[in-house]
Unconditional design. Structure first.
Length: 64
C-alpha cells in the first residue's frame, strides 16, 4: 500500500522506503522512522522520511 498522507506516518513506525538513488527499482530499505521530512499534508510519490540509521527516502510500506 502506497502511503501518501503525512498523517499516516509517525516516529518509531517500522517502514519500507525507496532511497532516492534507487527510485525506479523495486529495491526497498527497511527501518524505523526518526524524522518525517515532507511538510505538506500529502505527496503523490510517498512521504519522505529519515530512518534511525540516517537514510532518507519515500515511504512505500508501513508495518503496524
Amino acid at each position: 500500500m502506497k502511503i501518501t498522507r503525512r498523517s499516516d506516518i509517525q516516529k518509531v513506525l517500522e517502514v519500507h522506503i525507496v532511497l532516492q538513488s534507487e527510485q525506479g527499482t523495486d529495491y526497498l530499505t527497511h527501518g524505523i522512522v526518526r524524522d518525517v521530512l515532507t511538510k505538506s499534508a500529502s505527496h503523490p510519490h510517498g512521504i519522505k522520511v529519515r530512518l534511525e540509521d540516517g537514510q532518507v527516502g519515500c515511504v512505500k510500506k508501513v508495518f503496524l
